[in-house]
Design a protein around this ligand. Structure first.
Ligand code: HEM
Length: 430
């Protein structure tokens, strides 16, 4: 893949990618086109061409469930940061001070034994037992934010609700004081560009500013927690004298980005699915218990993380295609989730389908999402709370999608609560 370090070369390489896209190259179509376009037809065309497709851009892609699943579990393959597929090398513009980039240095992209050592440090917060303590907190947070939008005829489902729940939950888990939550959300937003690969110099600067500010904040927080430990993740990491500063920062950044930028989209995509189907909305209002199934089916049909990347440690062969050591293979998780070899009627949103948990939205193997059960719990609590409070919830304007290829979900989603309908009655009574 091309990696360019100045604006002229960036323009030229974008033109080349667009040319390949027009010639039907699937990787060029995916990475060259607007990130807000519907990617699902491209995933279908990749799968129709065979289990693995070679692109002129030096990438291999697969949307086969069987192949994605086996590569994710294959010890001969390791993760590669998805941002390495970006045209811009974000490190090209770093100033004199080296910054820790979570997507390049956290355990998300490390191999054993470092991966195992670091994952183990934070795993206790995500076990079923660890999560049991979180349920009441999550439900309280959901109700608090719903209280704030109650009485308003419309609100932005993402900014006013879906984004606030996970940020509060992850900030509490990490031990970030309430006063810093707004800044914490801002850094999370900047860091998500690290996942996708930055697209222009403005984003590079925003990413570096976010990283710099977050590192300074964390250094202070760690100092504070060393002196006043709580039962949060940062306090625990701060007690490990032998943990390198870079590992501590990268782990905390990973939890911030993974815990915040994904769950917000799970909530957004679930609500999009429910509002698109009046029968489903009625079902959810009558039986809030089906929220878990709706969340699971959203994870399958429209997952927040669309793809990940793996590369072999040595020359090898997959599905009859030879791969040289280090060749990136893009695993289209969202495409695998619609593979008819596994899911009957794969394009239909059918909560409670018998094979509903076979999806790869949370990956598989040693990098299986650590926060999967937390995300499921937050998603279901948000849906239950939302439709209990606003059974007449409706879309109230154009949905704007996130400009990202890795992360999929609404960035702005105006909804109406039905409150306007009832206002005259309230006025007569009062
Ligand atoms: C709907 C929400 C979420 C989705 C779709 C999601 C998806 C994923 C995926 C696909 C991976 C693996 C990437 C790969 O194999 O290359 C992953 C890893 C990870 N996720 Fe999530 N995630 C979600 C929520 C969360 C939450 C709430 C947290 C924590 C607060 C979290 C923490 C992590 C961590 C720490 C990893 C790295 C695991 C490892 O490398 O061992 N995620 N997630």
């Amino acid at each position: 893949m091309l990696v360019v370090k100045n604006a002229t070369l960036l323009f030229l390489s974008r033109t080349i990618v667009r040319g390949h896209a027009l010639l039907g190259d699937p990787a060029a179509r995916l990475f060259g086109m607007s990130p807000t376009r519907d990617p699902y037809p491209t995933y279908e065309s990749v799968r129709e061409r065979g289990p693995v497709v070679r692109s002129r851009m030096g990438l291999h892609l697969t949307a086969s469930h069987e192949l994605c699943n086996s590569l994710l579990r294959d010890p001969g393959f390791g993760p590669m940061a998805a941002n390495e597929l970006s045209l811009i090398d974000s490190s090209a513009y770093v100033g004199t001070r080296r910054l820790v980039n979570p997507v390049e240095e956290s355990f998300l992209v490390l191999d054993p034994p470092d991966h195992t050592r670091l994952r183990r440090l934070v795993a206790p917060w995500f076990t079923p037992r660890g999560l049991r303590d979180q349920v009441a907190t999550v439900e309280r947070v959901v109700e608090e934010y719903l209280d704030e939008v109650s009485g308003r005829p419309t609100f932005d489902l993402v900014g006013d609700f879906a984004a606030r729940v996970p940020i509060q939950v992850i900030a509490d888990l990490l031990g970030v004081p309430d006063a810093d939550h707004a800044a914490f959300a801002r850094w999370g937003g900047a860091l998500v560009n690290a996942l996708d690969g930055v697209r222009d110099l403005k984003e590079v600067r925003a990413l570096h500013r976010g990283l710099r500010e977050f590192e300074a904040f964390l250094d202070d927080l760690v100092e504070h927690r060393r002196r006043h430990p709580g039962d949060d993740v940062v306090s625990r990491l701060a007690q490990h004298e032998d943990l390198r500063r870079e590992d501590l920062i990268a782990t905390t950044e990973l939890l911030l980005v993974a815990g915040f930028e994904t769950t917000v989209n799970l909530i957004g995509n679930s609500v999009l699915a429910v509002l698109a189907d009046p029968g489903l909305r009625e079902r959810l209002v009558d039986d809030p218990g089906c929220a878990e199934d709706v969340v699971e089916e959203t994870l399958r049909l429209d997952p927040p993380v669309q793809y990940t990347v793996r590369a072999p440690f040595a020359d090898t062969e997959i599905a009859g295609t030879r791969l040289r050591k280090g060749t990136p293979v893009v695993l289209l998780l969202a495409g695998a989730n619609r593979d008819p070899a596994v899911f009957a009627d794969p394009h239909r949103f059918r909560p409670g389908r018998p094979d509903g948990r076979e999806h790869l939205a949370f990956s598989a193997g040693i990098h299986y999402c650590l926060g999967a059960n937390l995300a499921r719990m937050e998603g279901a609590a948000a849906l239950r709370g939302l439709f209990r409070r606003f059974p007449d919830l409706r879309a109230a304007g154009r949905v704007r999608r996130r400009p990202s290829r890795v992360i999929r979900g609404p960035e702005r989603f105006p909804v109406s609560t039905g409150a306007a309908k009832h206002r005259p009655i309230v006025e007569i009574i009062s």
